[in-house]
Ligand binder design. Structure first.
Ligand SMILES: *Cc1c(COP(=O)(O)O)cnc(C)c1O
Length: 345
């Protein structure tokens, strides 16, 4: 039985074509910057994001951490969304490894931070206060529904940051989902930011890896920090080859994942007992709750779905997030909706 795994787009296994590209990758020692495949991937990523340089890193978490470490000194403060991955899901790395303090600002339901809230969170010059150094945005904003942030909003935050002598980092783990959903280039979404991170290992299907992009000086510093945290890899071209395949072949098709997420949401809306979030999905994530009269818990439903070959992970006792991706086809969407109908009725 082919399993239908809707927990995340991180579950995407590499395609056969991607594995073939990996097998024939030319490699070298990337710590010496000798790996031609890694170098090519870094040039491609920098070009696509409109930045001077880029760095291949093992994970998105490391990419964000290196950005924070490169932008900030110990004791400095970072403005982050209170629903952001950096704040909630990176094991407190900024505090533990960078000695930085997070200044959480409320994420609104559209994924944005209100400009007034950001402004109010910037510390004044005072011997008692930490120094505000950096603002972080997340695009798409995962917990708010996989919602894309617009280029105009990002520009406004960039202007606010720069006019206050701060820098802007964009956690763009899914920036290509955002770009495709809005029919704009990733370059345009990244333009206002001093640094951007995106993941190859999510909807783009690569097995491992993320990219961090910014100025040459910033990337030089990030490369040094990458070595410090143990992220200097050797013949990394074998995995970088998958990343190149992703950038060349996996971006435009993200539209299909978005269309299937809409189809899945439409199907789930017909299931009595499920309440899909208004407006969901924006990209490849469908968020929904169990109605009050459903007596089964999300956990029990997950177990039942598992028996029918559909792997899901509840967000909490009453809430789910389903993520569509390369390995979810129309039949998988239909099978999921019909399994729900059987279990809940
Ligand atoms: C997945 C994700 C990350 C981190 O990526 P990993 O490769 O899992 O470490 C960072 N930010 C966001 C918004 C993500 O969804």
């Amino acid at each position: 039985m082919d399993l239908i795994d809707l927990r995340s787009d991180t579950v995407t296994k590499p395609t056969p074509e991607m594995r073939a590209a990996m097998a024939k990758a030319e490699v070298g020692d990337d710590v010496y910057e000798d790996d031609p495949t890694v170098n090519k991937l870094q040039e491609m990523a920098a070009e696509m994001l409109g930045k001077e340089a880029a760095l291949f890193v093992p994970s998105g978490t490391m990419g964000n951490l290196l950005a924070l470490l490169a932008h900030c000194q110990r004791g400095e403060e970072v403005i982050v969304g209170d629903q952001s991955h950096i704040y909630l899901n990176e094991a407190g790395g900024m505090a533990a490894l960078g000695g930085m303090q997070a200044c959480p600002v409320k994420n609104r339901s559209d994924g944005t931070l209100a400009l007034d809230d950001i402004l109010a969170s910037i510390r004044s010059e005072d011997v008692h206060h930490p120094i505000t150094q950096l603002i972080c945005l997340e695009n798409t904003q995962n917990i708010c529904g996989g919602v894309p942030l617009t280029a105009a909003y990002t520009r406004a935050v960039g202007e606010l940051a720069h006019s206050n002598n701060l820098r802007l980092h964009v956690d763009g783990a899914r920036i290509f989902n955002s770009a495709v959903a809005q029919n704009v280039s990733a370059k345009e979404l990244a333009a206002p930011a001093d640094s951007v991170m995106f993941c190859l290992s999510k909807g783009l299907c690569a097995p491992i890896g993320s990219m961090l992009a910014g100025t040459k000086t910033f990337i030089k510093r990030a490369r040094h920090l990458r070595k410090m945290v143990g992220g200097g890899m050797r013949q990394a071209g074998i995995v970088a080859a998958a990343g190149i395949y992703s950038l060349e072949n996996m971006i435009e098709r993200l539209d299909e994942d978005h269309a299937r997420a809409r189809k899945l949401a439409d199907g789930l809306r017909q299931v009595k007992g499920l309440v899909v979030d208004a407006g969901s999905p924006s990209t490849n994530m469908v968020y929904f709750n169990l109605a009050d009269d459903v007596t089964l818990s999300a956990e029990q439903i997950s177990l039942e779905m598992g028996k029918r070959g559909v792997i899901i992970g509840p967000e909490n006792e009453r809430r789910f997030r389903f993520v569509t991706h390369y390995w979810i086809d129309d039949a998988a969407v239909e099978k999921t909706v019909s399994a729900f109908n059987k279990i809940i009725q």
